[in-house]
Design a protein. Structure first.
Ligand code: PLP
Length: 452
């Protein structure tokens, strides 16, 4: 069966079928005073209709994505539009990517100006935006040096290689090199063979085994097990997300990260914080680890850094960077002028104390509002998170709620084992838009009873 047919026969409600959901959603949008059509400035230039795009996708793309039945054609701020001009409130931001929302004028200016000047140049030459972005990242973090990549998984691949190289460089005579890694339950670090090996979900790894050997999975937060294994001297690096995104919005405790830090210091292992999803302002802190007062040896970044253009980065302390020599790693596209100039615009905005304070304030009030509105529902187990990375854990699958919200023009994500609603809106979202999102989620909660 073709993927599109599978879609249409599947349990997901499809917005273009004239069903009750659609009428209900139109009514709700009208009540909430949402624009239901794209303003002219963001009206998509495509002649293809949503249905045609979905049908074509099913024929020509490899079926790796279980897509929502929505075609996104344009966006402005926190609003997205399909080719027919239907408007959605975006609480996904391209999975924590579009931190400045869609079409931020300063970001657009940075991209257009740089595209007119120089888009790509090989890393065999120097380029101004790359050096300038690295200088700014170093200035606002624990790090002394930066390696650029094109994605989160590549940033983690770089961290894996740098950790192995660091161990060889610092202990050249050691017979038994520290080559192994520690990763944790509910972790997600990427899809390439090294980062995949560090990713806990078995169904992501099994079909592709053997992945990189030497990864030890421990329970997230298990201080004793982690300390004991680090002490063995076999561990090159410990990879940990201070707040786990894909895994279900679980926050580390201060004690856990502090214990990892001191165990790594004692054994000569490196501590790597994967802040691909939780970093760069999402928590209301510029770096999520600032909330814990614990500093890593390497931090990996990606998603929001270039505001929607592909980028990744591994930020290193000097002691790690000293182990890396010419030719140890590299990438054709990484750190190109266009993405780096876009990233400078993003970093400049997000790193402003006023911007970060607004994320904290909005995140706190949104979480309180969600607890207040949803807390009484028997399916809601917990509302958790920090800043604008929020999870609503349910006692059932979150999919019917995500589908109902979509039909009511709100885009949200799932996480964890599918029973967590993940809310990662653009960081520029207004209090009013957050209230509207909470209202729609509340209105759609009955969907959990209908299908479960
Ligand atoms: C914490 C974390 N690390 C790494 C990745 C992989 O990033 P990418 O999809 O850019 O390769 C993700 C993606 O969701 C992530 O959330």
């Amino acid at each position: 069966m073709g993927s599109l047919q599978h879609f249409l026969n599947g349990p997901i409600s499809v917005p273009f079928s004239p069903n009750l959901n659609l009428r209900r959603s139109f009514f709700l949008r009208a009540c909430l005073n949402l624009d239901v059509h794209a303003p002219d400035s963001v009206r998509p230039k495509t002649h293809l209709k949503s249905r045609e795009v979905m049908e074509m996708e099913g024929k020509v793309l490899v079926g790796t994505y279980a897509r929502n039945p929505v075609v996104i054609a344009s966006g402005k701020g926190c609003k997205l539009y399909d080719p027919e001009g239907r408007e959605y409130l975006d609480c996904t931001s391209g999975i924590a990517v579009n931190a400045l929302g869609h079409g931020d004028p300063d970001w657009v200016k940075a991209v257009v100006e740089q595209a007119n000047l120089l888009t790509h140049v090989s890393n065999v030459f120097y380029s101004v935006p790359q050096v300038e972005l690295a200088r700014r990242l170093v200035a606002c973090s624990f790090a002394d040096r930066v390696f650029f990549s094109n994605s989160g998984t590549e940033a983690n691949e770089a961290a894996i290689k740098f950790a192995r190289k660091y161990q060889r460089f610092t202990n050249p005579d050691e017979k038994q090199q520290a080559t192994e890694f520690i990763s944790f339950s509910n972790s997600f670090h990427g899809r390439t063979m090294g980062a995949l090996a560090l990713t806990s979900k078995e169904q992501y790894r099994f079909p592709f085994e053997p992945v990189m050997p030497g990864v030890n999975f421990l329970e997230y937060g298990d201080v004793q097990a982690a300390t004991a294994l680090i002490k063995s001297g076999r561990i090159a690096a410990v990879f940990v997300e201070p707040i786990q995104g894909e895994g279900g919005i679980y926050s580390a405790t201060k004690e856990f990260l502090q214990s990892l830090r001191s165990a790594c210091d004692d054994a000569g292992s490196l501590l790597v914080f994967d802040e691909v999803q939780c970093g760069l302002g999402r928590t209301g802190y510029l770096w999520a680890h600032e909330a814990y007062g614990v500093v890593p040896d390497i931090m990996t970044l990606a998603k929001p850094l270039a505001g929607g253009l592909p980028i990744g980065a591994a930020l290193l302390s000097e002691k790690v960077a000293a182990a890396i020599k010419y030719g140890d790693h590299g990438s054709t596209f990484a750190g190109g002028p266009l993405v780096c100039n876009a990233a400078i615009a993003v970093l400049d905005k997000i790193s402003k104390p006023g911007f970060l304070a607004s994320v904290s304030k909005k995140g706190q009030s949104f979480k309180e509002l969600l607890i207040h509105k949803l807390g009484g529902n028997s399916h809601v187990r917990e509302v958790r998170g920090l800043g604008l990375i929020i999870g609503i854990e349910l006692d059932v699958s979150a999919s019917p709620l995500v589908d109902a919200c979509r039909d009511s023009s709100l885009l949200i994500l799932t996480a964890g084992k599918g029973n967590v609603v993940r809310l990662v809106p653009p960081l520029i979202i207004s209090e009013q838009e957050l209230e509207r999102a909470a209202e729609i989620i509340l209105e759609c909660l009955p969907a959990l009873d209908k299908t479960n």
